[in-house]
Design a protein. Structure first.
Lengths: 275, 343, 300
């Protein structure tokens, strides 16, 4: 079935060309982040580095207190991912398996909640967190993203759980398990792969969230990487290699995450298209 | 201790009644099979005994205790499901032990019961495997084992063999029957396969349209079906039904038998026909030799008729064939109600 | 009888306990703030003190605000950049990778390309913004390269006639991966023998694309169209980091528009009106999509 001849290589060439174009910005950040300013000035951004200088990276690292931002991002995303999955599971168990009345109504409500732009929530959330003393606290943002991610997760898991094998649940009932035991000893272990995928996506989505952390985490000490990068943009224009270093550091954690979870991430996840 | 009694049991979904006034008593140690076409309510009835479906009316008691409002786990029953419903994330041993774990049976006792059941079912080498690594027959045995370790008063089986291939089904049929006989546990078994019912049951309950048509031993049902439905459901190929008026077929041919005046339906099993000099003359439409017997499809005065002949015959479609029978093998049914007419 | 229906009702009621944490959270994080936002939109409020009720005055003003209308117009540009172009491109890419690369060069190559094209999708938008403004600024990489080729560069993000297209380009770069992986996983459930049968029937690659890939991916296309369109209506971070809505409002979008009124000019009531209008449009559009999809589902 394999064809020989030119077409194969033309197609492959086009795909490789497109890939190079897609990845060029990232590659440019890498090669320019480790150059000296003099090297950049002399040979331009496209040339491979002749010098090796980590001072740009180091400057940015300490300038924005990168380790702290990294920790904030990790804490926020990790908690939102784990709590979001657990909350989704509880909701979906009631709707998909418990078939509570108004289950469909709740799903429609949740779907509309997913569609609401965060701009419509941001000021009241800003006001509310301020008035209850939870402003500029990572925990309030963790709670908010737990709920927001769980809205999506509930929608998705409810349809997965509504197709959960009925006989398995009945067997567990006959075996004497109550609802709580059925959830944790039968449903949870069987669903674990799906939940892991969900957690992976919740993590990366929360990591990349911008508006709410920008508004609700006002102080430098509580900023996430995503917010720190957004606030910084434009500041280093005069110093191209430091800007490249900043961009590189901003995407580096995600790159590492991508390399680890590439298989999961590229399987994709959407409401409705999950079977 | 393990007798199951149903009195006036009914099931309604909204306005539709799927089971009405079911009265039945299954004796201690008996192997009772609920059989009927799909949608007849047999599975629903089993699930009501198990406690998986609410009871809309009447009473169910197990071992003399009314169980209507008890949870499945409190009814002293164990169930084998059609899909086996094995927990995919647990080993065979954990699957079998799950109910005991839920009941907080102590570890040593649990282990002993699992070991005993596994030995009985030949599952000892597979105790550490997961269900996905087992064959269909082995999974079936694990499902049985899971029921056995609980040492219940009643076993409930919901079409447990329908996911197996034909050969394995025959083998598992006798395994289940032997295991039940050894344990002596009252068993209620649901199937749509009348051969399964005939070969396994002490007593068969034939159901249709939410009602019980007849209860009896397999040979009872075969020899003296109470009505046309049971007559046609039990036995394969199905019993021939011939419309007869005043002892004559519609085209006027007199049947060589003593039939009451008026319209009746005469039933005659295909295996009770044999080639003979006297009897009915049929027009052959098809010949299917299976080796052991030859299946003849034909028409008798325009009505379809089937004969299963032990002897080899050389007929071809289009031929006429005379078939004889023993009048003692005839069944008579009321043409209107379909009820058996006693002779 | 009474006892039975009673017990069934409690049976289902127990599950409400499982829903409680989620429902409380949803009310606190989405329901209440959204209701407050709608309420605020009918007031004049500086964020402190008591808001004063002004009825529909904010909405009235909105209809006459040129900035609002240009933000709506730019939203259409973002629909093109985030929904239309990436969907078309990634459909072609997905079909090529699935039907050509995977069969000609092997599954590994197909997965490799998919991963590569997907990468920009998961980068933090703000970090991508830093990266792109470094590339697109007047002394940035792009202009240096163009100059090297003897071409005239430009202030891509600073020139009102280019800025929106520059941001659109970045959005295409970000979005391709999302629809690509969804389409690829959709193709994963298509029986490959369908493609083989089509090949035996003499269907070339374009015919297979048109008569197999597109119809088989219809559910995914609908989902992608819906989710990316909604994302385009909400777009905020890229505008915030790349252009701040400028120059001269040439890239302003509703989200950024309401953000500046909330937190820069502190016209909270007006900001709330903008975001409420934006929400209404988004949900209306979303429900329309869903209606369309369920009706199609019914017909099938």
């Amino acid at each position: 079935m394999k064809k020989t001849g030119l077409t194969r290589w033309v197609v492959l060439g086009l795909l490789v060309g497109l890939l190079a174009l897609m990845l060029a910005p990232i590659a440019l950040a890498v090669i320019n982040a480790v150059k000296t300013a003099a090297d950049y000035a002399a040979r331009g951004p496209m040339a491979l580095p002749r010098s090796f200088d980590l001072s740009g990276l180091r400057d940015f690292w300490s300038h924005v207190n990168f380790p702290l931002k990294l920790w904030n991002s990790l804490l926020l995303s990790g908690c939102a991912a784990v709590f979001g999955v657990l909350l989704s599971l509880l909701n979906a168990y009631a709707i998909g398996i418990g078939r509570v009345r108004a289950g469909r109504g709740i799903l429609v409500l949740i779907l509309m909640g997913i569609m609401i732009p965060q701009e419509s929530l941001v000021y009241p959330l800003y006001y509310l967190t301020k008035s209850v003393g939870l402003f500029d606290s990572l925990w309030s943002v963790i709670i908010i993203f737990t709920v927001l991610q769980a809205a999506f997760g509930t929608y998705l898991l409810a349809s997965v759980l509504s197709e959960f094998p009925r006989e398995l649940l009945e067997a567990a009932r006959v075996d004497g398990a109550n609802r709580w035991q059925i959830l944790w000893q039968v449903v949870f272990p069987i669903l674990r792969p799906t939940l892991a995928v969900l957690a992976t996506f919740f993590f990366i989505w929360t990591w990349n969230e911008f508006l709410l952390p920008l508004v609700l985490l006002a102080s430098n000490d509580h900023q996430t990487i995503s917010v720190a990068m957004g606030v910084l943009s434009g500041q280093y224009v005069s110093d191209p290699t430091t800007t490249a270093a900043a961009a590189l550091l901003g995407i580096l954690p995600t790159l590492i995450f991508f390399l680890i979870f590439q298989r999961t991430l590229t399987r994709g996840i959407t409401v409705g298209a999950v079977k | 201790m393990g007798a199951v009694t149903l009195s006036g049991v009914a099931k309604r979904y909204g306005g539709t009644e799927v089971l009405r006034d079911i009265n039945l008593s299954i004796e201690e140690g008996e192997f009772a099979i609920l059989v009927g076409p799909s949608g007849c309510g047999k599975s629903t009835l089993l699930r009501m005994i198990a406690g998986l479906e609410e009871i809309s009316g009447g009473d169910i008691s197990i071992g003399g205790r009314r169980v209507n409002d008890l949870e499945p786990k409190d009814r002293d029953i164990a169930m084998v499901f059609q899909s086996y419903a094995l927990y995919p994330h647990m080993t065979v041993a954990d699957n079998m032990g799950f109910a005991l774990k839920m009941a907080r049976v102590d570890a040593a006792e649990k282990q002993a019961r699992i070991t005993r059941a596994a030995e009985m079912l030949g599952l000892t080498p597979y105790l550490d495997r997961y269900p996905r690594a087992l064959s269909g027959g082995q999974r079936q045995r694990v499902a049985m084992g899971r029921a056995m370790v609980r040492d219940p008063a009643v076993f409930l089986f919901d079409e447990p063999l329908s996911n197996l291939d034909a050969k394995l089904r025959v083998q598992m049929r006798s395994e289940i029957r032997q295991t039940q006989a050894r344990l002596g546990v009252t068993t209620v078994y649901v199937t749509h396969d009348q051969i399964e019912a005939m070969t396994m049951a002490d007593r068969i309950i034939v159901m249709n349209g939410g009602r019980i048509e007849q209860v009896g031993t397999p040979l009872d049902l075969y020899d003296r079906p109470a009505n046309r439905f049971v007559a046609e459901f039990i036995g394969s190929p199905a019993m021939n039904m011939i419309a007869v008026t005043d002892g004559r077929l519609p085209d006027g041919t007199a049947l060589p038998l003593i039939a009451p005046a008026g319209a009746v339906t005469v039933g005659l099993r295909p295996e009770h026909l044999h080639p003979g000099p006297a009897g009915i003359t049929v027009q052959v439409t098809g010949v299917e030799p299976t080796g052991a017997e030859t299946l003849i499809t034909a028409t008798l005065a325009g009505q379809p008729i089937t004969a299963a002949l032990r002897d080899r015959v050389t007929v071809r479609p289009g031929d006429s064939l005379t078939l004889g029978f023993d009048p003692a093998h005839l069944h008579l049914f009321d043409a209107g109600s379909g009820q058996r007419i006693s002779r | 009888m009474a006892a039975i229906s009673q017990s069934r009702r409690t049976g289902s009621a127990v599950y409400w306990l499982y829903l409680m944490p989620g429902l409380i959270g949803f009310v606190l994080v989405v329901g209440l703030p959204f209701a407050m936002n709608v309420a605020i939109s009918f007031t004049k409020w500086r964020g402190i003190g008591m808001p004063s009720f002004v009825g529909l005055a904010n909405y009235d003003r909105l209809l006459g605000d040129a900035a609002f209308w240009s933000s709506m117009q730019h939203t259409l540009f973002f629909v093109v950049a985030m929904a239309v172009i990436p969907t078309i491109l990634s459909l072609i890419l997905a079909a090529t990778l699935f039907d050509y690369v995977a069969t000609q060069f092997g599954q590994g190559w197909s997965s490799f390309f998919r991963a590569g094209y997907y990468l920009p999708q998961i980068l933090p938008v703000s970090a991508a913004g830093v990266l792109w403004s470094w590339i697109l600024n007047p002394h940035g990489v792009l202009n240096l390269v163009l100059r090297g080729l003897g071409l005239e560069g430009s202030n891509w993000l600073g020139d009102p006639s280019y800025a929106i297209y520059a941001v659109m380009g970045v959005m295409v770069w970000i979005q391709i991966g999302y629809s690509l992986v969804v389409f690829m996983s959709g193709l994963g459930r298509v029986d490959p023998s369908l493609y083989e049968a089509a090949r035996l029937d003499g269907a070339g690659a374009p015919q297979r694309f048109w008569y197999i890939t597109i119809p088989m991916l219809r559910p995914e296309i609908a989902v992608i169209a819906l989710t990316t369109t909604i994302a385009a209506l909400k777009v905020f971070a890229p505008v915030f980091v790349l252009t701040n809505g400028g120059p001269d409002n040439s890239t302003i979008v509703p989200s950024y528009f309401s953000y500046t009124h909330f937190f820069a000019t502190v016209r909270v009531g007006y900001g709330a009106a903008i975001s409420t209008a934006q929400t209404a449009i988004t949900i209306l559009l979303g429900l329309m999509f869903l209606r369309l999809q369920t009706r199609k589902g019914d017909a099938r």
